[in-house]
Design a protein around this ligand. Structure first.
Ligand code: BMP
Length: 210
């Protein structure tokens, strides 16, 4: 994954639309993040199809099961072509270890929605510290830039920070990167736009300046 920039969250449920958006935005995004909406509607093979438009597909399966089941999920994603898999950190060290033996993982340290303040935020710094042992990166919330700065302090330069919550969830483009993130994840702002390619181009231009 190239050093910094934009990740598109391709949460559409129509395969043709997904492929069209991937093609239109391919010059401006460093990676495509796919999750349950697209994979459950189009099948796991969509990952390989998307690789015509990007080097890096991130499988956002927010894996949160026992080590054995988590491993099976990671293996399926890796064999389908995913460069890395997003795994929840709160499930503990044995799960992170098991998953990291199969594929590169990115660990959810803290989520971007308001409800995350109740249960995950109080332990997010511990999760980030644990991630340093097993992960390539963490997920941290663009909606709370001060938390990104704190989590960057915890992981140092060792891990990538990828950050969702931009526009549709309230953060402005560039907030997360200014606070210490490497990548901003943008979904609806791009895929619901009339011209996704043009929207991605504009966002990428702003992020480049940051
Ligand atoms: P949007 O820009 O449409 O809000 O999309 C954000 C994407 O990031 C979605 O795929 C969502 O599932 C994901 N995400 C998030 O919004 N907050 C988190 O804390 C973790 C996520 O993976």
């Amino acid at each position: 994954m190239k050093a910094k920039g934009l990740i598109i969250a391709l949460d559409v449920t129509d395969k043709e639309k997904a492929l069209n958006i991937a093609e239109e935005t391919s010059s401006y995004v460093q990676a495509i993040k796919v999750g349950y909406p697209l994979v459950l509607s189009s099948g796991l093979d969509i990952i390989e199809e998307l690789m015509s438009y990007t080097e890096t597909v991130i499988a956002d399966f927010k894996v949160a099961d026992i080590p054995n089941t988590s491993k099976i999920i990671c293996r399926l994603a890796r064999n389908a072509g995913a460069a890395c898999v997003i795994v929840h950190g709160f499930v503990g060290e044995d799960v992170l270890k098991a998953c990291s033996e199969i594929v590169d993982i990115i660990v959810v340290a803290e989520m971007s929605h308001p409800g995350a303040e109740a249960f995950i935020q109080p332990v997010s710094e511990e999760i980030a510290l644990l991630a340093c042992e097993y992960a390539r990166g963490i997920v941290a919330p663009a909606t709370r830039p001060e938390r990104i700065t704190k989590l960057r302090y915890v992981v140092g330069r060792k891990l990538l920070i990828i950050s969702p919550g931009v526009k549709a969830q309230g953060a402005e483009i560039g907030d997360a990167m200014r606070a210490g993130a490497d990548f901003e994840i943008v979904g609806r702002e791009i895929y619901e736009s009339e011209r996704p390619g043009e929207k991605a181009r504009k966002i990428a231009k702003i992020l480049k300046k940051v």
